[in-house]
Design a protein around this ligand. Structure first.
Ligand code: H2B
Length: 99
């Protein structure tokens, strides 16, 4: 499957207008998600993991108790691509749907 190309800074900033919780830093899209507890954080990560497998596109992330730090980039492209924007939108949706 053809992998998408690295986006320009202008394209990324334009996309971020609709992803206000995300910031573009160190060539990655970054966001911190806060949950009520570990169980809720893990539920979110499980949904994201299944989506990441489906997309064959995986987040760099870390979890400490109720906090999940995410940094999205496309390693093959050396920066942010449309795949990262798609995964960020899925993450926002899963976060909005957290139980
Ligand atoms: N995830 C991310 N974030 N970037 C990649 O370049 C990437 C990936 N490449 N998941 C995929 C897997 C690649 O290694 C496989 C072979 O398609």
């Amino acid at each position: 499957m053809a992998r998408p190309a690295k986006l320009t800074e202008a394209q990324i900033q334009q996309a971020l207008a609709e992803l206000p919780e995300w910031r573009y830093q160190d060539d990655k899209l970054q966001r911190t998600f806060k949950f009520t507890d570990f169980s809720q954080a893990w539920g979110f990560m499980s949904r994201v993991a299944l989506m990441a497998e489906k997309m064959d596109h995986h987040p760099d992330w870390s979890n400490v108790y109720n906090t999940v730090n995410v940094a999205l980039s496309t390693h093959d492209a050396g920066g942010v691509t449309e795949l990262d924007l798609q995964l960020a939108r899925h993450m926002n949706r899963f976060y909005a749907e957290r139980g």
